[in-house]
Every structure is written in structure tokens, then in C-alpha cells.
Design a protein around this ligand. Sequence first.
Ligand SMILES: Nc1nc2c(ncn2[C@@H]2O[C@H](COP(=O)(O)OP(=O)(O)O)[C@@H](O)[C@H]2O)c(=O)[nH]1
Ligand SMILES: [Mg+2]
Length: 356
Amino acid sequence: MRMKTFRAANSTAAFAKVKAELGSDAVILSNKTVTENGCKGCEIVAAIDADPVTLKRSTRENVIEDALQDSIGWQREWSQIKGHILALMKPQMDLDSLTPKQKLALEYLEREDVDGKALTKVYCELREDRDCSIITALDSMVDTTPFGSKNWSGKFHAFAGPGGAGKTSSLVRLALKEKKAHPKTRICLATADGGRGKGRLVLKHYAELAGLAFREIITKDDFILLQKESNQFDMILIDLPGLPGQILLEEWMVLYGMHKCSDLAIHLVLNPYYSTAQFERFIEKYKSEQLASVIWTKLDEACTFGAILNMAFASKLPVSALSYGSGLKNSIAPATKEMIWRLLFMRKLPGGDIQP
Ligand SMILES: Nc1nc2c(ncn2[C@@H]2O[C@H](COP(=O)(O)OP(=O)(O)O)[C@@H](O)[C@H]2O)c(=O)[nH]1
Ligand SMILES: [Mg+2]
């Protein structure tokens, strides 16, 4: 067994070092807060069940062999198989079995980047009933739970997603919206994204301006503390970091002790213009029992909105908010189905603007 101690500014950074050096099979033996030169940080002791002498030499052949055996390779292969199955099914989607109006709607969705899986489902619904409108067919495929204390009774809300997706700004804007609608709500903004600095400062700044509480989560000890004082708050919004390369959301939640919090909903923040392969990767990376909704951002920068339907169908998660601008005001809305239909069929943003 090989054991090593890793230190970094927070658990995310320390865990990224563990993964990079010891790989995915490393076992965490301890994970604690340490103070060095007056600054709090994280120390992880990890071990791997391999003798360094017997570790494979990093030759070009070994690297390629490992890559071929990697699970990502397998995922790609599976994704290709699914692609082939859909390609085989497509000719069987006899559009002429639909009414001209239904056919037009289906062709429109394809142009809007609705993928094969979702299109096949819509086609099957329409074929069943010639009177079935496209909205009726889509209705069972998309769900919304508008973000806000009215619809979300849980206390903890964590915002996850790739770096730059709009997690911090969505969190701040939704907190301010909630505060405006219910001034007495006691809101706490917490950041677990301390490492990079900027997101943390933005959150702290707005918390101070709006008179909201602010907490920093550097290791799991800080989350334990936050849970202990949670009866002071009605809503706790946690900003998660963009997870480095190999780190999965589920393991990150374990690292910070958040996986056991039954009162925690994770909202996945995404932009509609990522590639299909990227979305498939995200579904794997952000898989979690606690995942409760998708927040779509940067709608004002997208030119098609099929991804909203694709993700809703693939993940079965409701959409909770739609963001359509970078400013603080009038740029995010708790999601409703009408908004999604208007986006999908009219390219009309929740604020009323039409996308070219
Ligand atoms: N155009 C546009 N920009 C946005 C939107 N949401 C966030 N942004 C911008 O995207 C950038 C990254 O946002 P941020 O919240 O820091 O992303 P994070 O890394 O996921 O926390 C910032 O410059 C935001 O102002 C949106 O809906 N539309
Ligand atoms: Mg951020």
C-alpha cells in the first residue's frame, strides 16, 4: 500500500491532486481542515493498493492501452451504438403517417437540434393520435418546478455545473429575487468555490449588499458547521466549483459530507449550446440522487433550444430557472412550460426578446 498526504487551499483542490497522482482507485483515509500560516486549508491522506515499483512504466504503448481500456472509451462506444440504432430507426419514422401539421412540427424540432431519441418519442406520441397536437405530445416530456421557496420546500440548494456556465450569477440573482418576493426570508449564501477567488468575492459582495448571510465551505467541517446553524436560515444556497477533469459530482459530495444531507437539492446549471457529446458527458459526471433540476443559462447567446427538450427527456429532471442575460435585473426567471414552448417554437426569451 502506498500512502501520501496532500494539502491544498480547499478539499476540491486537494482531491484533484489525489486523483492526478494516485488515480481513481485511491482510497481516502482522512480528510480534515488544517491551518497553515493562519490560513485554513485541507489535508487529505490517501492510499493506493499498489507498489510503486510494480506500477506500469509510462511508455507510449502503456498510455494508449490504458486509454483504450478507459471507461470513457466504453462510453463513446456505447454512444456510437445508440447512434447506429437511432439511424436504423429513423427511416422507420414514416413522416407521411402523420398529418401535414404534425409533420411540419416534427421537421421544425429537428432543425432546432432536438436529438434522435427525443424526436422518436415525439413521433410515437403523434402517430398514436392524428388529433394530437405537438404541445400535447411534448407535454409529458418536459417538466418545470419554478425556483423559489413556494415550490422548493427543502432548505439547502447547491448549484453545480461546468465552470463558466453561470452558477454563481444564477445563484445570486435567484437569491435576490427570493429576497424581493419575501423580504423576511432568511437567506444564506455559501461558497464552496473559494479556490479561484472571483466567484467567492462576487457572492460575498452581493450577500453584504443585500444583507444576506455569507459562509465559506473549505472542507467538510465547514459544511457540518453550516448544518448545525441551519435553523437560523430558511434557505441556504451553495455555490459549487466547476469540478476538475476526473472528479465526479457524487464523489465531490462525499468529500464535503453533503451526500448525506437529505434536505439538499442540486441544480445543474447548463448552456443550450454545448455539443451532444458534451451533454452525454455531463449526464455521467453530474449523476446524483440529489440532482433535482436543471437551470438553463445564456439563452440570449443560443440560436437553438432543442437541448432543453433533449436534456429533459434524457434526465427526467424538471427545469427550474431560465437565464437570458448577464445583468442583475430582468435576466433570470423561474421556469414555466409556456416559457419553454415560446423558446422552442418562437425563439422568444422569457424577457420578451426574440433570438435571431
Ligand atoms: N449572456 C449571458 N451571460 C451570462 C448569463 N449567465 C451568466 N452569464 C455570464 O457568464 C459568465 C460566467 O458566469 P458565472 O456565474 O461566473 O459562472 P460559474 O463559473 O458557473 O459560476 C459571467 O460573465 C456572467 O455574467 C446569461 O444568462 N446570459
Ligand atoms: Mg462561479
